[in-house]
Ligand binder design. Sequence first.
Ligand code: 8YV
Length: 298
Amino acid sequence: MPTILLPVSLPAFLVDPLRAAHIITDSASPDARGLVVPGGFTIHESLLNSLPNLEIISVFGVGYDGVPIRLCQQRGIRVTNTPDVLTEDVADIATALVLMTSRRLSEAERYARAGSWLKGAFPLAHALRGKTAGILGLGRIGKAIAHRLLAHGMKIAYHGRQPQAVEYRYCSTLIEMADVSDFLIIACPGGMGTKHLINADVLRALGSDGTLINIARGSVMDEAALIHALQAGIIRAAGLDVFENEPHVPAELCAYENLVLLPHVGSATHETRRGMAQLVVENIFAHFAGEPLLTAVC
Ligand code: 8YV
């Protein structure tokens, strides 16, 4: 039976079906022919070097920014991820963050719980209709977010490497998009290519009526610049499901009332996580049966 390395704990509905036909280990044994990691998990070169017999990495997530793809290609290691099955749930969380920040729902909930309503009505918030959502990365998830926000009466702009055959406004630069956006939504892949794209200049262009939403990767935003922008009132609010150094949420961020913070729950539903697990399992079984992979990255 092939040995599969699971360096971090993963749900039983993923591990149990694998265990039926594989030896499962949590230590970097040179026998390992498969490796399963969550999305965003960083696979250091030293780990790959300690696995001379590795044939396949199956990522339990759509984002494979933690996988050294070029090294895998050189060594002929196959890589799979879990696209599509999580698109709708992640787009729902982006929409929730847009609503929560615009209508100040976390603050309002804290207000009601604290009994503050007795002292007066909660302050007015901001409507979504007529506002512009600028989406950084109009891929599958970005498009699903756009679709939802249109139903809230919003206008859509987007920025990416090139314009697409869609009716939304294309912005050739991120600054241009930040400038026209009330909400800047990060929906692009993580990794070195997008590291700190959201910097002080972009936040300044988003402006004091603007809100930053991130459901992608913490690495895309410069957290220090974001903390400063919130401190100085450079932007109005932020809704974050992801952070630079998960599971650590910087204490400075927790201080802001106009921030909605979620613990990376974009894909965290029973239905979606089972769909993701099924893809991981089917890819591993396909590989060791010599069949085509379902969702190969390389
Ligand atoms: C998950 C993710 O939180 O798909 C991704 O890239 O970051 C999330 O869906 C993660 O992969 C769960 O393991």
